[in-house]
Design a protein around this ligand. Structure first.
Ligand code: SAM
Length: 488
């Protein structure tokens, strides 16, 4: 399939002055390794810590000082608020308490600075040599998670390795070797030789079903698919066809079916992916509340609500986003569209509050066919457009056109990539890796603002691109265009 003007993140498209301003307004500490003048991530300004000598401290010392300063700040906050000290112990809370802005920043700076410091201390050759071994940690975690090892003994108790071995079909030698690799990541520990106990992270594997699904989906679906991207891109260098992705090469479905169809045929695998998505969207920076909270930069549907307007939630899964919106907006109506199978699996009623449930309609609809809900006020795509390369994404948008009334809004809720170096390093790494996941599974991609603009333009000149906004601390952006057909 021919590629349209696919300005991939490699061929950095120039942002408009407005986009530039917006990016700057939201930008955090520059991403690691992005700029020569901001060696390895933290700008020199971000590292301005007092030095006792007249010589400016080396990068290594500046990072170490920064870590100390921010760690002291974080520790003081924890103490003042009677929060437990940070630890790997199994009984600590799995999530950070909600931190005030400045303390949250300190926490993040500790993460970036310590990562950079460790890399400096490894040196270039050793850092590079072992960077490519990360997949072996994933392999070990895959084995431990798949065989449910964390659930085989209670949290708070220890177990002898041989007793643990007796509880699993996994070969004893293989259990021990996989366990000892994940232990290097703080998942389980061995307080004395052959004695195993839980840590906070292994406890999550035992008790958090969504996390177990997240690890399973990533290590059993994405990991094999990633290992086949090279085959796929060698055979089809344009890498746009959804049925020729690394996933299709890995699972023998090339030119037969896309990933979503493969999952649709396997209830267990589909359920795992669904739960994995719940885990992801409950994670920091992805919560639904960002979209809803107008004061924090979420989308304001107030005008549409006042008029009792309709939002079509396309690829809306089992309707949980529409439910959240309907709880907030008491007059709007919602149509949730997804594959017939997904719609059939939605809860009934969709919500216990009848005032919410009665305003939500569920409908089987394939977004590769013409939109059937005419004259709605909003057509909404969350985590949909990034699943498709440009030719498919343009088709999805074009399928809306016969249904659109003048002024209809098309809202996309996805990542929006900024220029390299403008994100907080944690976000930058996560969003770039999500871009690789999209490539791996679906030959799809995350997009920049300019790429979203091009997408709408390729669908029709009558889409007026309104721009991109991003709620504070949220990783996802809100991308909007309005349908304004040209006068004949
Ligand atoms: C990544 S999920 C996003 C779900 C939801 N919008 C959210 O925010 O979590 C993609 C959704 O698209 C649906 N989907 C995939 N292909 C579709 C198609 N051709 N037509 C309609 N829905 C489709 C899937 O069933 C799935 O629910």
């Amino acid at each position: 399939m021919a590629k349209l003007k696919l300005t991939s993140w490699l061929s950095s498209s120039q942002p408009t002055p407005d986009a530039e301003k917006k990016n700057k307004r939201h930008s955090y500490v520059p991403s690691p390794f992005a700029r020569k003048d901001k060696v390895n991530g933290l700008s020199d300004k971000a590292l301005s810590v007092e030095s006792v000598s007249s010589e400016p401290p080396s990068r290594m010392i500046a990072l170490a000082q920064k870590i100390t300063k921010d760690a002291e700040k974080l520790e003081a906050y924890l103490k003042e608020n009677n929060l437990p000290p940070l630890s790997f112990d199994a009984d600590v809370p799995a999530d950070f308490a909600k931190l005030p802005e400045d303390i949250a920043r300190s926490r993040r700076e500790i993460i970036y600075a310590s990562k950079e410091l460790a890399q400096l201390a490894h040196g270039p050759r050793e850092a590079l040599r072992w960077a490519v071994w990360e997949f072996l940690d994933v392999l070990a975690l895959q084995i431990i998670n798949h065989f449910g090892i964390a659930k085989l003994f209670p949290v708070g108790e220890t177990i002898h390795l041989e007793d643990l071995q007796a509880k699993t079909s996994l070969d004893p030698v293989n259990l021990a070797r996989a366990l000892r690799v994940v232990m290097t990541k703080g998942i389980f520990r061995e307080p004395s030789p052959g004695v195993i106990e839980h840590t906070a992270m292994s406890r999550l594997l035992a008790e958090d079903g969504d996390m177990e699904a997240w690890i399973g989906f990533n290590s059993e679906d994405i990991f094999p698919a990633a290992a086949h991207v090279l085959d796929s891109v060698k055979a089809h260098p344009e890498a746009t066809a959804v049925m020729r992705s690394g996933f299709c090469f890995a699972f023998d479905t090339v030119d037969k079916e896309p990933m979503f169809v493969t999952f649709g045929k396997n209830a267990e695998r589909a359920r795992r992916m669904g739960k994995a998505m719940v885990s992801l969207t409950g994670g920091e920076g992805y919560e639904m509340s960002y979209l809803i909270n107008v004061a924090g930069g979420g989308y304001d549907f107030g005008e549409i609500d006042a008029a009792g307007g309709t939002l079509v939630d396309i690829g809306g899964s089992v309707g949980f986003v529409s439910v959240e919106l309907a709880k907030q907006y008491k007059n709007m109506k919602f149509v949730v569209q997804d594959t017939a199978k997904t719609i059939a699996s939605a809860p009934s009623p969709i919500h216990e509050d009848a005032q919410v449930a009665e305003r939500i309609t569920l409908q089987g609809h394939d977004f590769f066919t013409e939109q059937v809900v005419k004259d709605a006020d909003v057509y909404f795509f969350r985590w949909i457009i990034h699943n498709y390369s440009t030719p498919y994404a343009v088709k999805i948008l074009k399928n809306l056109i016969p249904a659109l009334k003048p002024g209809a809004r098309v809202i996309i809720n996805d990542h929006c990539l900024r220029e390299p170096g403008q994100e907080d390093p944690w976000d930058e790494s996560l969003m770039r890796r999500m871009d690789m996941v999209m490539w791996t599974l679906l030959n799809a991609q995350e997009r920049t603002e300019a790429e979203f603009r091009d997408l709408f333009k390729a669908a029709s000149d009558s889409f007026v691109f309104k721009g991109v906004t991003r709620p504070k601390n949220c990783r996802m952006s809100i991308i909007e265009a309005v349908w304004q057909p040209k006068e004949e």
